[in-house]
Design a protein around this ligand. Structure first.
Ligand SMILES: [Fe+2]
Ligand SMILES: [Fe+2]
Length: 195
């Protein structure tokens, strides 16, 4: 079985240039994304306490995301960059999550898992791009370790979905959601942020 998620549209050089030009803002946004990722994973535990097959791995993933937050925050402290006072809503996440609305509770559960795997894959792709061009050795090493961790998360959510749904249904829906994700990422305004 395949757990890998193949994004349909690579992130642009223009996005990478925007991020590198204002890396302090990128770090502020990134810290916020990790904190929200942890909350998102734990919201599965709150919404689906009966899905006991996946609870231990959800908790573990929630802890890992919180550790990522701690690691970004530590780097920010060392560089004298404060946490952002107020974060603008993330249009990428908002548009993606809207794709899970409607349907039945079961299809919403399925879509939430698949969207989580897509969000992790996009994060992984972008952290890898960042790690390849950064010149600061410490930041470069951090983003290299991070992208490997996010790649693992991407696989975890597909694996979880396959516990509860037919393989054919999962890959078919994943393809639909990936098509939508490519459209959303293409139209996102450029910002020194993860999305
Ligand atoms: Fe993370
Ligand atoms: Fe992650």
């Amino acid at each position: 079985m395949q757990y890998k998620v193949d994004l349909m549209l690579p992130s642009s050089q223009a996005w990478l240039d925007t991020v590198i030009q204002d890396f302090a803002s990128f770090l502020q946004d990134h810290a916020d994304c990790e904190r929200k990722a942890s909350a998102m994973v734990m919201s599965f535990v709150a919404k689906y306490p009966e899905k006991h097959e996946i609870i231990p791995e959800l908790i573990e993933t929630g802890i890992e995301e919180l550790q990522h937050f701690q690691q970004v925050y530590t780097l920010m402290q060392q560089k004298g960059i404060p946490l952002a006072k107020e974060m603008a809503p993330d249009p990428y996440i908002k548009q993606l999550m809207a794709l899970s609305h409607g349907g039945t509770p079961e299809t919403r559960f399925r879509d939430r898992l698949l969207l989580a795997s897509i969000i992790e894959s996009r994060g992984c792709e972008r952290f890898k791009m960042v790690s390849e061009v950064l010149e600061d050795a410490e930041l470069k090493r951090f983003y290299k370790i991070l992208w490997a961790s996010e790649a693992k998360h991407s696989h975890i959510f597909v694996h979880m979905a396959l516990i509860y749904f037919e393989e054919r249904e999962i890959y078919h829906r994943l393809e639909q959601l990936l098509t939508e994700e490519a459209r959303i990422i293409k139209d996102l305004p450029l910002k020194a942020a993860l999305h």
